[in-house]
Design a protein around this ligand. Structure first.
Ligand code: OAD
Length: 261
């Protein structure tokens, strides 16, 4: 049963939408057990980003940075996509094009079954060589202790995630901007919206004509800029939205008064 009040214009727009873009951040995975970055219990309240998430930090202390990402990879491997991830997968049956643009590196959208996912900040399950750029898949069974080295050139292996000061992956960014320009609705979910250029995706979509709706338990810069704000958890609000959309899409479209009465 859906008891949450959802904005009328979101439901109206979704009922006929051809393309929905879902822009996600760490809050999307919070209910799966992945900590967010900001806030009292966020990762950046305990660790300094410049000591763990920059190329300089890696070159200064590769072991520390590698182990931190190895630890996060272990946590992520044990958790599961949540009801929010599953809801956006279900949306694919109701809307012709559903595109996920995510800042998350945890791979949970793909694991849940979303078809089109653009990862603006990389993916923790991939690694590459800092010297020759070759991809590298460490073998958990035979991995040596310490930072792995490239089999072809001996360079250090790093996680394929975007660190502070680095460019976003060009193909993913271009695809995300194209999707934003073609979206009828943009749902931003679980992001503080403070890390650019990723955070500009909802405003690109809105300028191109999309209705922008922000979903978050707390208001922030994106909710202020959005057309509508739904206060709540991703794992509750998204299933509500998809439930209402199912009802709307299954309802016959009555365009003229019924005849013969
Ligand atoms: P943040 O940690 O900055 O923000 C998480 C947001 O999720 C906050 O606005 C929370 O209020 C919200 N939130 C928490 N629980 C939620 C839930 N269950 N449902 C919905 N929302 C919830 O994370 P991001 O915005 O993703 O970049 O951070 C952006 C980037 O900053 C990250 O990709 C990462 C970080 O530094 C890099 O590593 C390059």
């Amino acid at each position: 049963m859906n008891s949450r009040e959802l904005p009328r214009r979101l439901l109206d727009r979704l009922a006929t939408a051809h393309s929905v873009l879902v822009f996600t951040g760490a809050g999307m995975s919070a209910e799966s057990g992945v900590p967010t970055f900001r806030g009292a219990e966020g990762i950046w309240s305990t660790f300094k980003p410049e000591e763990l998430a920059t190329m300089n930090a890696f070159l200064r202390n590769p072991q520390l940075v590698w182990e931190w990402y190895a630890h996060r990879r272990t946590i992520i491997a044990t958790i599961q996509p949540n009801a929010g991830h599953r809801a956006v997968v279900a949306m694919e049956k109701l809307v012709p094009h559903v595109v996920i643009v995510t800042q998350n590196i945890d791979n949970l959208h793909r694991r849940a079954g979303s078809t089109t996912v653009y990862e603006l900040h990389g993916n923790i399950e991939r690694n590459y060589c800092v010297k020759c750029g070759s991809p590298h898949q460490p073998d958990a069974e035979t991995a040596p202790v310490g930072v792995p080295r490239c089999a072809s050139c001996g360079g250090l292996i790093r996680p394929d995630v975007v660190w502070f000061g680095e460019m976003l992956p060009e193909d993913e960014w271009n695809a995300a901007v194209r999707a934003a320009n073609g979206a009828d609705v943009c749902l931003s979910v679980g992001t503080s919206g403070v890390v650019y250029p990723a955070a500009s995706i909802p405003s690109i979509a809105r300028r191109a004509g999309a209705l922008h709706v922000d979903v978050n338990p707390e208001p922030g810069p994106l909710s202020e800029a959005a057309d509508e704000f739904i206060r709540g958890l991703a794992g509750e609000v998204l299933p509500d939205i998809v439930g209402r959309l199912e009802e709307l899409r299954s309802r016959p479209n009555i365009t003229e008064p019924e005849k013969g009465l």
